[in-house]
Design a binder for this molecule. Structure first.
Ligand SMILES: NC(=O)c1ccc[n+]([C@@H]2O[C@H](COP(=O)([O-])OP(=O)(O)OC[C@H]3O[C@@H](n4cnc5c(N)ncnc54)[C@H](O)[C@@H]3O)[C@@H](O)[C@H]2O)c1
Length: 283
């Protein structure tokens, strides 16, 4: 397949481009041309401009949209929000206009209001796709709106299907989690429900999402099946979220996110499942 990776020069974009180019023809797109050599072909474009987006996406079968501003820190919230919602609508509407049949876009676990909320509220654990969104900050709101945009565009365009991958923090190894903890404090892990995803899990999910049998819009969690923390999940829940009930069984260090739909739709399993993790964080 010919796949456009928008945001190919970014952290996740580089990981995904390296993985996809083993089996697909990849067009990297980014406003920053510094990663130009990474893909089979390259377009430097500002995807906040609709005409440039339309031109950049001509002739591809699938678009993977990883372009945008990741996180509200250190950006002003309005900038993260405004940039992300404009890029995502430009990509979705250009894909529809060009007759592209699949868009895979990076959403975030923050679409429900999580790591960047002052004190996130949850109705039950593990959270699933029915859990309501209570975003507070501009970045998380942009991720929620991006999903609403996909609902709307696929409602109008029968030929287009969209997969929104709710990525958790994409980590190479536990050292990166330690760094995040030092910079942002324990609330980074507590508000984020102690989760993460590996680079391998993300690349595998994106590749599967490019060709999975899907009609309309699917939202899927991409989170490892165990937490990053060296304590049982029920102990963590009792300490930090004592009033939140359990809607399904949670044992050992099992994740606070229900990824069953991701497994069903993509045939995906998290890369760390069944393998002992090399290190864990202590809160
Ligand atoms: N990294 C994570 O842990 C993580 C977790 C959850 C979700 N996400 C989502 O994944 C996506 C990628 O994240 P990342 O960490 O790779 O971010 P990043 O900042 O490393 O990369 C984003 C890329 O988008 C490009 N970009 C920004 N504005 C653009 C524009 N107007 N036109 C063209 N290109 C533009 C940037 O130049 C950059 O190369 C984002 O949507 C982010 O919200 C990331």
């Amino acid at each position: 397949m010919k796949i456009a990776v928008a945001g190919a020069g970014g952290g996740v974009g580089k990981i995904v481009t390296h993985a996809l180019k083993r089996s697909h023809q990849i067009r990297g797109i980014d406003r920053d041309p510094s990663a130009e050599g990474i893909a089979h072909e390259w377009v430097t474009a500002d995807l906040s401009a609709h005409d440039q987006t339309l031109e950049a996406l001509k002739g591809v079968d699938v678009v993977v949209n990883l372009a945008g501003l990741n996180g509200p820190i250190p950006l002003p919230e309005w900038e993260a929000h405004n940039t992300n919602v404009v890029i995502s609508y430009n990509v979705l509407s250009a894909a529809a206009e060009l007759g592209i049949r699949r868009v895979v876009q990076a959403s975030s676990v923050n679409a429900i209001g999580l790591a960047w909320s002052r004190s996130p509220q949850f109705d039950y654990f593990p959270v699933d796709l029915k859990h309501r969104s209570r975003t507070e900050d501009g970045y998380s709101l942009s991720k929620f709106i991006q999903e609403l945009q996909a609902d709307s565009v696929t409602r109008r365009h029968d030929g287009l299907s969209v997969v929104s991958l709710r990525l958790h923090a994409v980590l190479k190894d536990v050292t990166q989690a330690q760094i995040a903890l030092e910079h942002l404090g324990p609330s980074w892990a507590i508000n984020g429900l102690f989760g993460y995803c590996t680079e391998g899990s993300v690349a595998d999910a994106v590749e599967r999402a490019c060709s999975a049998s899907i009609i309309g819009h699917e939202i899927l969690w991409i989170v490892e099946s165990e937490t990053l923390v060296d304590e049982d999940s029920r102990t963590l829940a009792a300490r930090y979220y004592p009033d939140v009930p359990f809607a399904a069984s949670m044992t050992g260090r099992s994740s606070f996110f229900d990824t069953s739909r991701t497994r069903e739709v993509l045939g995906w399993t998290p890369s760390t499942e069944g393998t002992p993790q090399p290190g864990l964080i202590t809160l």
